[in-house]
Every structure is written in C-alpha cells, then in structure tokens.
Ligand binder design. Structure first.
Ligand SMILES: Cc1ncc(COP(=O)(O)O)c(C=O)c1O
Length: 564
C-alpha cells in the first residue's frame, strides 16, 4: 500500500504480485453481468470480499455463534475471544497505541456522528467553529452541521484550488481567523481520489489547539495508515470499503479524549451498574458500544485485514497506481471529456463528465457491458455545486482490477459516447408551440407496449427506450424552471400539464436520455401507467431492470400527473 504521506509510486518488485491468483481469491469477480464478464469499478462505494472473509463469517455462525462478554458458557467465551482478537487486529492495523481506543461502530458515518454529538456536546460553544473542506463526503459535513446548530456554532468550509486539492493558504487563513475547535478532514476524497496532505494539516490544526478528526473511509483500502505518525485525535473507517463485511466500522480516538467524552448511545453493554438511583457507565471501549455488537462482522473484518497483511502491499499499491495512470491517460484522449481527478497522488478514483451527456445514461449503458461504476453526486453535493455540475461518473479501482479491464472499459465508454451523441437532440431549437399543438409524434400506446413486451432482452428494451427518447420534442424555454421540476428524480425531470382542445396533456423533458424515453412511454400510456405504476412497469417488463432511483423517478412522474 502507499505510504500515508508519500503517495508517489516507487520502483517496486512486482514478481510476487500474481493478479490471476488474487482474482481467484474474490469469487464474485468471476460473475457475468448482462452476459458479460463483470468489470467492477465501484470500489469506492464498497469493495469485494475475499473468500477468507466469506469463509470466516460462515465458520463463525456454524461453529462459534454466541453473544459476547458476560457469557457463562464455552461458546460465548470462544466468540468473545475471537471478537476481542479482532479489536487487537484493527489496533495493530492502524498502529493504535491501545486496543481499548478501538470503538466498533456501524461504519464511518456512525463514528463521525458519535464524535460530533459526544465531543461536540461540551467542546463546542456558541460562536465556535468546525473546519471541513469543500470536498468532504456528506458524512463528514452533516453531523458537524447538526451539532453546530444545537450548540450555536458553525461549520466553515476550506476552499479548493483549481486542481481541486485543498487550498492550504485558505486553510492557514481560516485557522488564524476562526481558531476552530475541531478540524474534520477526509484523508482521501471519495469523489476525486485526491490524497490530502493530512499529516501537515493535522500539525497546523494542533498548533492552534484544535481537535482533529480524520475520515479515513477511502484511505484504509489503499494506504497504510499509522494514526500515531499522523498525530490526529480521531480516525474512522468502514470495514466494507476495506474488503470486510458491511455493518461494521471503526472509530479510533485518543484515550484521554474518549475517557472525557460523555456516552452517546445507551443501553446494555455500555454500563457497569444500572439502578433507579443512578447508572454508572462502563470503561473504554464498551462505554461507546451500546447493545449487542456486530460480532461476526468484526471477526470477518479481522480476516480481511489478515488477508491484506499477507499481500505484498507495496506491489498492490504500485499496481493500483499503474491502473489509475493507464485510465487517466486514456480518458485524457477522449474529446469532450472533463477529468476532475489527478493522475498522481490518487488513491484509486477517477471522476469525469462528458459534455452534453448525462452521467446516468453513460452508467446505464456501461452496465449493459457488465461494467459497474457510479454516477451522481457521490454524497459530495457541496463539491458538485462548487464545480457547477450535478454529478460525475466515477470509476474506482482496487488491486484486483486489471489493465485489460481498464482497456475494455475505455473501449466501451467510447462506444457509449458515440451512441449517445449520435442521436442527441438539438435543444437549441425549443418547441415553443408545444402548449398549443396536439401533434405529439409518439407511436400508439399499444405499439409501444407490445414492442417492449416482445423484446428478447433488457438490451433490446433499453435500445427501444433510447429510440423513444428521440421522439420527445425539445422543451419550450418556459418548461425548464423550478416550478415544473420533480424533486424526487436524481436526473433533471420537468413536467407541465397543459390543456389542449379541452384535453389534459403533458409537456416534459429530462436531461437524461433514458428518463426521456421513460417520459415518452409514460405519457403515451398514461391511462394504464396512472392506474398502477408498478403493474405497468411489470407489464412492459421494465420493473426488474430499472434502478431504484429510476423507479422513484417513474413514480414521481406518475404522481405529478395525478396531481395535475
Ligand atoms: C470519504 C467517505 N466518508 C464517509 C463515508 C461513509 O461511509 P459509510 O457509508 O460506510 O458509513 C464514505 C462512503 O462512501 C466515504 O467515501
């Protein structure tokens, strides 16, 4: 893995790095999706799990399942020993001085909430501030906003440079001007892959007496992390982004602070004595672990860490760097493509947009080719707002990806761009007469329904939706405004009822091509669609293929038609 601070790829001996063998350790990588070999480029959302993790979970439930601590029987003792050994394993993984400083949480989000609400409840006073950067994940913004609101404090963002790295001059200025009580920073940006110079930023925060919290969700799967070397006060991460199970994550904090902090969630496990005359709380780490912990998942996470520890991590890191540079170099050559991620000092994420095309359309087409990547705001809306975009496509890699996969992805991406640009509608010529004409160039509803029903595959239905999209007339300028925009859709969707010849009709538009196809479908088949949207989607055999966000979009369109 990359050294925490020195992210540059070094000359590394790759002889022990056997990618074919590594891939065999991850059973899911041999899946086919839409009849194509899966190319998994969504590792920043969650990583895949090696067989040793799957086996460990299975083995735990088969052979040692029992509740931990306080058990009066052998099985419980076995489970407790394995569970606490997992804590020791995590402590060693990040070089924490004490295992009792490792607090199990549901994930990074819960870890940040814990510190924000517990530490913030006494450490933040009226007029105080918390510094974050503009590119933080929402998980490292919203909990601070919530506690700041409750305490009369504020959350102030550190600006970004033109290359989207954190502006260190602005940081220095804000430290001096606001003397923040807390500085909360992502180690690696989940939307951009940029590795922030956190050791230096922590030192500068400490120099003015601020407490430092590092969100390491995107770091631990790629970088070797040493919390003592970093010098931060808190560090958090999620198991599922580091080859372990979902539902478990880690908060590491310095003993002195954790001991001072009031309990957050309460109930069983976190107490030493409960009485109606007063309750006494447990010692660290249990004071912050109310209820039955995710026992199997902690043990599974330790198996993931052990797997990583057995890898040649320097070689794995060099391989990742090679993949990122290969992808970056290839994407740079694609016309109309804007890259937001750096080629170097990047922990595995490439974000980009293609001018004139909607990121969701591209992601949906790539999915047809078995390529899994993410599109949207990546829980970094303030960053998107600062870039003046709705979202990006994000391809994120891990050490089990291959150069061949990157090549396949690039070829598929070029084909998608070609397909989508070929038929792109010219919206510079708005159809301003749509509110008065009843000439809507859609096929009869029965034709549309039977074409979709008769299609042999999702690919054919998808292609037909793209063709239907071409029939939607370019929107009149009056349509594209907040009044007619549907809030529940991830892509922009506008719909306006109009009365033409005493008949209720709809003019509509979406910035995503697939949504335009769905709009034509729904408007043409409105009577059936409005009766029962789920039954309609089932009838046209789209229900199982539409993503939850698209299904929400369809339902929002139909709800808007109902309320017209
Ligand atoms: C940088 C960053 N912080 C926090 C989170 C939240 O992690 P979780 O959903 O596992 O709690 C994520 C998840 O994508 C992330 O990328």
């Amino acid at each position: 893995m990359l050294d925490t601070q020195n992210a540059k790829a070094k000359t590394v001996d790759m002889t022990s790095f056997n990618i074919a063998k590594i891939r065999r350790d991850f059973p899911i990588l041999s899946l086919r999706i839409n009849s194509k070999p899966l190319i998994y480029l969504d590792n920043a959302a969650t990583t895949q799990k090696p067989r040793v993790v799957l086996d460990k979970l299975n083995q735990f439930y088969k052979l040692s399942n029992a509740n931990v601590h306080r058990g009066a029987h052998s099985l419980s003792n076995t489970a407790t020993t394995a569970f606490e050994a997992a804590r020791d394993c995590v402590a060693e993984f990040i070089n924490a001085p004490n295992s009792h400083e490792i607090i199990w949480c549901k994930g990074t989000t819960e870890a940040i909430n814990l510190v924000a609400h517990s530490l913030g409840s006494y450490h933040l006073q009226q007029g105080d501030c918390v510094l974050v950067s503009v590119s933080e994940h929402h998980a490292n913004i919203v909990p601070w906003q919530q506690i700041a609101l409750a305490r009369g404090a504020s959350v102030i963002p550190i600006a970004l440079n033109a290359d989207l790295s954190i502006d260190q001059d602005d940081y220095a200025r804000l430290l001096q001007q606001h003397r923040p009580k807390i500085v909360a920073l992502g180690h690696v940006s989940n939307a951009l892959g940029i590795i922030h110079p956190i050791a230096d930023m922590i030192a500068r925060a400490k120099a003015i007496g601020a407490i430092t919290f590092i969100d390491g969700a995107q770091a631990v799967g790629h970088l070797s992390v040493d919390v003592q070397q970093l010098g931060c006060d808190f560090y958090s991460f999620s198991s599922h982004k580091c080859f372990g199970p979902t539902g478990i994550g880690v908060l590491w904090g310095k003993t002195q602070l954790l001991e001072k902090m009031p309990v957050w969630q309460s109930g069983g496990e976190m107490i030493s004595k409960v009485s109606f005359s007063g309750t006494h709380f447990n010692t660290l780490p249990f004071k912050f672990e109310a209820g039955t912990p995710p026992i199997a998942d902690a043990i599974g996470f330790a198996a993931a860490i052990n797997y990583l520890n057995c890898l040649d991590r320097a070689a794995a890191s060099a391989h990742e760097q090679q993949l990122i540079q290969q992808m970056h170099d290839a994407l740079t050559l694609i016309p109309l493509l804007t890259l937001y991620s750096p080629r170097d000092s990047n922990a595995g994420v490439i974000s980009f947009t293609v001018k004139g095309l909607h990121h969701q359309d591209i992601a949906a087409l790539l999915d047809q080719e078995g390529i899994a990547l993410r599109s949207g705001h990546h829980c970094a809306m303030p960053l998107m707002e600062s870039l003046n975009i709705e979202g990006t496509l994000r391809a994120s890699i891990s050490f089990y990806n291959t150069g061949q996969e990157i090549d396949t992805f690039i070829v598929a991406l070029k084909q998608c761009i070609e397909l989508l640009t070929q038929h792109e509608k010219d919206t510079t010529n708005p159809s301003n007469n749509l509110e008065t004409t009843d000439e809507y160039p859609y096929p009869p509803s029965q034709d549309i329904i039977s074409t979709l029903c008769d299609a042999n595959s999702w690919q054919q239905r998808f292609a037909y939706l793209l063709r239907l999209a071409e029939l939607l007339p370019a929107p009149p300028s009056t349509l594209i405004c907040e009044q007619y925009q549907l809030q529940q859709c991830e892509s922009g969707v506008w719909i306006k009822p109009v009365i033409i010849d005493q008949e209720l009709r709809y003019i509509a538009w979406s910035d995503a091509r697939i949504m335009r196809g769905l709009l034509v479908l729904i408007i043409s088949c409105q009577e059936i669609a409005m009766k029962d949207s789920n039954a309609f989607l089932e009838q046209v055999k789209l229900n199982q293929y539409l993503s939850p966000s698209r299904t929400n979009g369809v339902q929002a369109i139909i709800a808007a038609m109902h309320s017209a």
